[in-house]
Write a protein that binds this ligand. Sequence first.
Ligand code: HPA
Ligand code: ZN
Length: 340
Amino acid sequence: MEAFIRSLPKAELHVHIEGTLEPEMAFELARKHRISLPHANVEQLRRAYRFSDLQSFLDIYYAMADVLRDEEDFYALTRAYLRRVHAQGVVHAEIFFDPQTHSARGIPFGTVVGGIHRALVDAQRELKLTHRLIPCFERHLSSDSAMRTLEQALPYLDAVAAVGLDSSERGHPPGKFAAVFERARAEGLLAVAHAGEEGPAAYIREALDRLHVCRIDHGVRCEEDPELVARLARERIPLTMCPLSNVQLKVFDRIESHNIKRLLDAGLCVTVNSDDPAYFGGYLLENYLAIQRAFALSRQDLARLARNSLEASFLDAAGKRRWSSAIDRLLADPPAQQPR
Ligand code: HPA
Ligand code: ZN
């Protein structure tokens, strides 16, 4: 099945570029900038990646982002991620970043976007891997701060496709950012939001009805509201799910308890994603493999997940058709079983 999953053309729609910072690169950048990290070496740092909930992860994730300082750092980070997932069969990546984490440290929006975007353009040329870029507003910060961040993004609309909403969910309902998202949409940007990861199903409804998002990131708690589940299915509103993340952050106690298969079977446009792969024990392929094993997914199931990821992407219609035909061909003629 691994060879089949690898050869499936897949889109990744939920990955925070700061969450792809591997400990090895963190130490390399810390040396470069003469910063000391709170752990002695790579092994000790990796051992600190044990989380009790979303906040316990975010505390480490934001602290580690401090090693990202110049445009070259963001370029190297993004390039490493793209090379890695290209080898896993990712053909299109929609990448989040957290501008406020960097502007708070005096790093301009243009430095961050400059490095990430250059790596994306290089990967499109060298690897034929297409992309969209999505700055996220951190919901634990004020709506004024989000609005200032949106204004910083306006000179870069050629490089930015949409806005997102992330960080600590509980106590920060989407409606807090209604005016910011309205302005973003008026500027021609699409919108997505994290909702229903740790927060209630009501936050998913609020993201849809007040922020007018076209996708929900995570959305696992939708099942608390059966009418909402029916609406998500009826309107084919995509959920970008992140199975390994949800287990690491204790949203589910183990992978077998995850609701992705149930929601897939209920006809929702669920997709598989990695969230923060350097912290959660796997990139996109490892997330597919984990749920394939947990639910004994068939090739048909896996192809449906890959098709959903392309349908839910911001690729144009021709790009979606092209990858859909590639999946048809793969199903008709799957790769030979690899010797074990
Ligand atoms: N949830 C919210 N904010 C985040 C996450 C997440 O899973 N990863 C990085 N920022
Ligand atoms: Zn996320």
